[in-house]
Design a protein around this ligand. Structure first.
Ligand SMILES: [Zn+2]
Length: 141
């Protein structure tokens, strides 16, 4: 899936949130229970962290921190998780998952991956969060 997003073959709700020379930031391709849950992935195909080159490694930390800050400032998140699992998709990606004051405990942390269909937000809610994040991130670019 990541390969398809970076190649432009698939577009998540809300589109691409941020593009840098080395990375893409986009919303989940699957239904999402949390507004502003985004995925950071290298544009170049790298299977996992150990395949990132020096430039990518230097960029990913500051970029992730910028996104986590934007989730707080633009969306009102009270916390942000950074989760990388890598069992399913073999294109390195980092989930940056906001937690809001209103987020039920079952969706905290990795619980977000176990959300039920009733938890999922509409495409318009996801697109709205994506555009708020995009605006906050472009201010600082
Ligand atoms: Zn790939």
């Amino acid at each position: 899936m990541e390969c398809e997003v970076v190649s432009g073959a698939r577009s998540p709700p809300g589109g691409i949130v941020l593009e840098s020379e080395l990375f893409l930031l986009h919303g989940l391709l699957a239904p999402s229970p949390l507004a502003g849950w985004v995925v950071l992935a290298p544009r170049r195909h790298a299977r996992w962290w150990w395949e990132l080159d020096e430039r990518e490694l230097r960029e990913i930390g500051p970029l992730a921190a910028r996104v986590l800050r934007a989730q707080r400032s633009a969306l009102g998140a009270v916390h942000g998780y950074a989760l990388a699992l890598g069992d399913v998709l073999h294109h390195m990606h980092l989930h940056l998952v906001p937690r809001f004051a209103s987020t039920p405990e079952r969706l905290h942390g990795r619980g977000a991956f176990g959300a039920s269909p009733a938890d999922m937000l509409s495409e318009s809610e996801l697109a709205r969060a994506a555009s708020l994040l995009r605006a906050a991130l472009s201010e600082r670019a």
